[in-house]
Design a protein around this ligand. Structure first.
Ligand code: SF4
Length: 313
């Protein structure tokens, strides 16, 4: 709620702070139990910073992150450690987060032992069960991370997160590095987990994947959410010019359903120096004079559907 995260920029011979990257600026959303919120936007929009700040891997500058009634950033270390297993992160490629000298079965079991969630004598059985739920057989238990393909490593990363029986998984571009057929397997696995009550904050630039997996969608541009709502609202009745431009680039099989292509000019400006007024005005095909100077507020255009744009006033 109202999450803000800026990263200081330092320069000059004295390394003084010269500015800040305004990675996340007043971001609010809700991830509901057993549902998936897709956070979409171009690279540099602040999606990853949101995910990491939610999990407490970055300290926030303002706002709050509430999980199951707790203000996560206000908890002391012991209380946070108790909650930690319920909040897990899955990366794009977990290879960098897996100890290359640890067999994957041991890597998955390590966290269970560290959090006192499983007695040592029952560990192997518990790890094998969670590996099986991710499509990894007993033969994979004793292998090392480098012996796995990209898709299998992603399953290992998910199994390691799942072993802790999380309530929320922050999945940051979890299928971007995978072949399309493997992507489908991992997405189906996520869908099964949702059925079991696991919630996802699903960070992706791939709108087709988000449309398939997520019931709720938030679109980010330069550190702010510009539109959010249900999948049907955001994909079916997009209102923000940026959302419309993003969606117009998705290939559609049905020629009658094809959207008019909106091509955005240029790259997003630097989050260290976002444009005044509406941050999207330098690229917006519908910008007016007002947009360059007046910051748009968030308008509620339907129940649960919010848009940050002057055109909605
Ligand atoms: Fe475009 Fe203006 Fe709306 Fe921003 S506020 S998205 S510049 S029309």
């Amino acid at each position: 709620n109202g999450l803000v995260k800026h990263f200081p920029l330092h320069g000059g011979v004295l390394g003084r702070q010269t500015g800040a990257v305004r990675a996340v600026d007043d971001v609010s959303f809700v991830v509901r139990r057993g549902r998936s919120l897709g956070l979409v936007g171009e690279s540099g929009s602040g999606k990853t910073t949101v995910g990491r700040t939610v999990l407490g891997l970055h300290q926030k500058d303002a706002g709050e992150v509430r999980f199951a009634g707790h203000d996560l950033h206000a908890l002391d270390k012991a209380a946070l450690r108790r909650l930690r297993p319920q909040l897990q992160l899955v990366f794009q490629d977990p290879l960098g987060s897996l100890n290359p000298r640890l067999r994957v079965g041991d890597a998955i079991g390590e966290a269970l032992l560290a959090h006192g969630l499983c007695p040592r004598e029952a560990l192997r059985e518990r790890v094998l069960a969670v590996m099986a739920s991710c499509g990894l057989g007993e033969e994979h238990y004793s292998r090392y991370p480098h012996e796995f393909s990209g898709g299998q490593r992603q399953r290992v990363g998910i199994a390691r997160a799942l072993a802790l029986q999380p309530a929320l998984i922050v999945a940051d571009e979890p299928v971007s590095a995978l072949d399309v057929s493997i992507q489908a397997q991992i997405i189906n696995l996520f869908a099964d987990l949702k059925q079991q009550g696991v919630s996802f904050l699903f960070i992706s630039h791939d709108l087709a994947v988000v449309e398939h997996l997520c019931e709720d969608v938030a679109v980010m541009y330069l550190g702010q959410i510009v539109e959010q709502g249900s999948r049907e609202q955001v994909f079916g009745q997009p209102r923000h010019p940026y959302t419309r431009a993003l969606l117009s680039a998705i290939p559609v099989a049905d020629p009658d359903a094809r959207r008019e292509r909106v091509v955005l000019q240029g790259e997003p400006p630097s989050p260290a120096n976002p444009p005044a007024g509406c941050r999207f005005h330098t690229r917006c095909p519908q910008a007016t004079a007002q947009c360059a100077s007046v910051v748009p507020v968030v308008h509620r255009v339907a129940a649960g559907h919010q848009v940050r744009c002057h055109l909605m006033a």
